[in-house]
Design a protein around this ligand. Structure first.
Ligand SMILES: Nc1nc2c(ncn2[C@@H]2O[C@H](COP(=O)(O)OP(=O)(O)OP(=O)(O)O)[C@@H](O)[C@H]2O)c(=O)[nH]1
Length: 351
């Protein structure tokens, strides 16, 4: 386990963590607890450096900063560690198997030589009617050695196969760590990785990328009226609709709670507006079954969508903020609508 502290140690960390959490602006949620626990216990050096730098430059941590630190330095750690261990184990097994193959080759070469020597030695002995003493033992020993090496080789080959399977499992686990359990879309971490990969490409030729932020309208009201489980089914339904309509190099993600995001790496703003309008209309036309017999159809589920098209030099955070502002404007204009963010003035783009 990652946390090996005794009860007394962790109780002391708890005391310090609560104090530190209370000094920030972020909520007292598990993400906040996790980063401060790792900070005060001293087990996560990168996090300590990043957290100190953040507080020095920006003062108290808010929710966004807390979540960003959590995703970057805590949540990803297990996946990273698993990947590293998987790669090391695989490498080790490959090395051992290579050595065994080499040893096996040598032994069989040695065996062949002994066989040849044996034949030469046996000839005059057979002529006299009695083999030289000890020669039969040498040959038997050699064969036994060959058999032992060949068994070892087989076992190590098996280990190599297991190592490869282990590596595949680790890769699968890592992929799963980037997927949201309820909707099957990319989760927040998957979204962050996809967006930063998309923005890191050297000056992409052609249009895009565009970012859509999609938020369910009056979702609290829906939860209150029909229950949280029904709310979850609505989220899963929206996820299914996005999976069916967002394909290829485009990424659909659950950004958090009842908010979704779509990254369109090569789509011009006109195309993004067209897709957003189609997604909005699909949700508005949907009906979801509810009730004990699942026969009651609930409608009036709508989403508002904000769109921002990337401006050269813009950071991921700025692009998200512009799409979010467009989303809030869509809400303010009455919801169930699509709104395109204005493009920032060139001097407003932070490099
Ligand atoms: N069922 C369910 N509800 C969630 C989940 N995540 C967030 N919510 C709920 O989503 C609701 C969001 O409410 P608000 O942020 O007030 O927004 P809203 O009611 O959608 O209103 P507007 O966004 O202004 O249209 C809250 O009631 C949350 O509890 C989830 O995973 N499942």
């Amino acid at each position: 386990m990652r946390y090996e502290h005794t009860f007394a140690q962790s109780a002391e960390f708890l005391r310090q963590v609560v104090k530190r959490m209370g000094q920030q602006n972020a909520g007292l949620h598990p993400f906040s607890y996790a980063i401060w626990y790792e900070y005060v216990s001293g087990i996560n050096r990168d996090l300590q450096i990043a957290l100190d730098a953040r507080i020095k430059s920006e003062g108290k941590l808010d929710d966004a900063a807390t979540c960003a630190l959590y995703y970057k330095h805590v949540a990803d750690l297990d996946a990273k560690t698993a990947l590293r261990i998987g790669a090391s184990v695989g490498h080790l097994v490959d090395q051992v198997a290579d050595s065994a193959t080499h040893a096996g080759d040598q032994a069989s070469h040695y065996g062949e030589s002994l066989e040849r020597w044996g034949e030469t030695l046996q000839r005059p002995a057979t002529a006299k009617g009695e083999p030289p003493p000890g020669l039969a033992d040498i040959l038997r020993g050699t064969r036994e050695m060959q058999k032992a090496i060949s068994d070892l080789h087989e076992r190590l080959e098996e280990s190599r196969r297991e190592g490869q399977e282990l590596r595949r499992e680790v890769a699968r686990a890592r992929e799963e760590a980037l997927v949201d359990g309820l909707t099957g879309l990319a989760n927040r971490k998957g979204f962050d990785l996809a967006l930063s990969a998309c923005l890191q490409k050297d000056a992409p030729a052609g249009p895009g990328p565009c970012l859509l932020m999609i938020d369910l309208d009056r979702f609290k009201r829906l939860n209150d009226a029909h229950g949280h489980l029904f709310g979850d089914r609505v989220l899963a339904g929206v996820g299914e609709m996005l999976r069916a309509n967002v394909k290829g190099k485009d990424t659909a993600a659950r950004y958090g709670g009842e908010e979704f995001a779509v990254i369109l790496p090569h789509t011009p703003r006109g195309g993004a507006v067209g897709l957003a309008e189609a997604l909005r209309a699909l949700v508005a036309a949907s009906r979801i079954k509810n009730g004990s017999n699942n026969q009651t159809l609930i409608g009036n589920i709508t989403v508002s969508i904000g769109i921002a098209d990337y401006v050269a030099g813009e950071s991921a955070a700025d692009l998200i903020a512009r799409a979010d502002q467009a989303l809030y404007a869509a809400k303010a204009q009455g919801r169930n609508r699509v709104n395109l963010a204005p493009r920032p003035q060139p001097e407003a783009v932070s490099k």
